[in-house]
Design a protein around this ligand. Sequence first.
Ligand SMILES: [Zn+2]
Length: 351
Amino acid sequence: MQFKDIEGQHLLANRLTEIIDSGRISHAQMFLGPTASGSLALAIAYAQYLGCENRQHYPEGSVLRADSCGVCPHCRKYAELVHPDLHLVFPTTTTATVTSKPCADDFQEEFRAFMQESRQVGTEDDWYERLGVENKQGMIREKDADNIIRTLGLKSYEGGYKVLVVWLAERMNLAAANTLLKTLEEPEGKTLLMLVVESRDRLLSTIVSRVQQVVVPDLGGGMSAERRSEFAKMFVSWMRLLFKLNMQPLSDWVDKTAGMGREMQKLFLQYSQEALRACFLRTAAGITLPGELEFGDPKFDQAFPARIEPRNIEQMNEALNETLYAIERNANAKIAFMQLSFKMSRYLKIK
Ligand SMILES: [Zn+2]
């Protein structure tokens, strides 16, 4: 999987390739977000880029700053998901063919086919449907966790990173989670453990605190047109307040936002990330995606996008991500949105 094939996640892809290029690779990471928004695909693309023998870097202003080459032996094995140092674990259940003690090792070929067909954005339901067990709930069991540990203890076949991707890690039962926890406490050398997670609340907090989190933005397929236009209005008035940094009206805006409820706050933060990305694409590449840049305010539509540039887009996205984590962790929303506003105001004015 190359980043170029993952729709709508260019900003995050750029942050990921930057982390790898800088060598600050965390050995345990959590990709948190809806599978349909590409969380698994991003994790695989990340590992593919990490081991690519000929990483490609694109000129400044390109939508993607870098990507794997797609043609070296490493990339070719990743494209088929048959690289000997890539291991996939996922929830399983008994089926017509595996009638007892199922584990991910029993379903590797099936899962590879499922990933290819769904372009790695298949959902948990799609997976069970493929297994012919629509009414069952899969699980990741202790046997899977034992296999994870054994795999991580082995030498890598090709000398690079050993990569373990656990899809829907929240489906680990307690025994599996506790076994995995031990691995997280004693990181091995060149290993990369990636937990792809849709709902963090179902994971042990001791696991959550030991992995670096990558929030995968929800691509907003579920956001209604009505909500979108409501958010657009909020976004426009917020950005205007940030330019002026007029404290009283800003504080009113923050109060109102803090009163919206956490789920709405998270959606608004994601909307803001998308809106900024759309502005950036227009500024950097002259691309306007249909329907993406409709703030419903002609003056704003005209002037604002040009303020979002390579020099501030990453920082703004990062600040929004940090606030998303904070809100998820039940931080005080007023403080979180006020701090975010100060940061965003500073980034908007970078010259
Ligand atoms: Zn390559």
